[in-house]
Design a binder for this molecule. Sequence first.
Ligand SMILES: Cc1ncc(C[n+]2csc(CCOP(=O)(O)OP(=O)(O)O)c2C)c(N)n1
Length: 249
Amino acid sequence: MNYKDYIKWDRMPTTWCPGCSIGTVFKQATFALAELGLPSEELTVVSGIGCSGRAAGYFDVDSVHSTHGRALPMAEGIKRANPRLKVLVFSGDGDLVGIGGNHLLHAARRDVDLAVICINNATYGMTGGQMAPTTPVGMKTLTSPHGSAYAPLNIQGIVTSNKRHWFGRSSTFHITHLQRTIREALEWPGFAFVEVIGFCIENCGRRLGFKSGHEMLVKLKTDYKPKAGPEGPLGEFQLGVVKNDGQAG
Ligand SMILES: Cc1ncc(C[n+]2csc(CCOP(=O)(O)OP(=O)(O)O)c2C)c(N)n1
C-alpha cells in the first residue's frame, strides 16, 4: 500500500487553516498505515467533532464523523461488532479529553482494542479557542483572557493508571518520531493512546503573539525532546512511549 491510497483526493484541499498542525498528523498517520500495509477494507476511522475530527472524512476508508465527545464509544461499538477491523480514532483534546473525558477513563480501564490519535492543541480550536482541560496554567485563551488558573489534566496519568496500558506522546515537529509512535499504537493489541502535541495558529496562537504556524512549530522543537535513558513516566516536555503489557511490575 502507498500512503496515497488512504487519502480521499477528491476532498483535497482540506478545511484546515494555512499553518495548522493537523495536516501533518493526518499525513504521518497515512505513512504509518502504509508502512503496516493495512488493507483499506480492514480499517475504520472514527472521530468526534472539531477541526481534528474532520480528518475522519479525509481517509479513504469507511469512517464515522460522530458527535462531540463520543468518538470512543462509537469506535468501541464498531470494534465489538467486527473485531477483525483495526479501529483508529482521530480527534482533538477538547473532544477526547474534555467533552468525552468520561469515555476516555472507561475505554482505557477496559483496555478496548483501539488506536487513538489525540491532537492536543491545548484549546477548543474549531469554536474560537476556548480554554480546554489541557490548557497550561497561565495560557491566555478566549475564555481565560488573564491566563488559565487551572493545572491541565494529566492524560498520561489517566491512561497509565491502568495496569495494562500504552501511552505515547509525540509532536507535529518530530515527524519521524510521530510516524513511528502512530505505527506502534496501531500494532498494540489493546488501548493505545497517542497524545500529539500540536497547535492552533488562528484561534489560539495569534492571541499568544505567534505570527505564523511556523513560529509555533519552532517552539515545539525548542520545548519538546524525545526521552532518552531509562523507561518510566514521561516528563512534561518529553516525547516517547510508556507501556505495560499487564505482565510486568
Ligand atoms: C455537545 C457539543 N458541545 C459543543 C459543541 C461545539 N464544539 C464543536 S467543535 C468544539 C471544539 C473541539 O475542540 P477539539 O476537540 O480540541 O478540536 P480542535 O477543533 O481543537 O481540533 C466544540 C466545543 C458541539 N458540537 N457539540
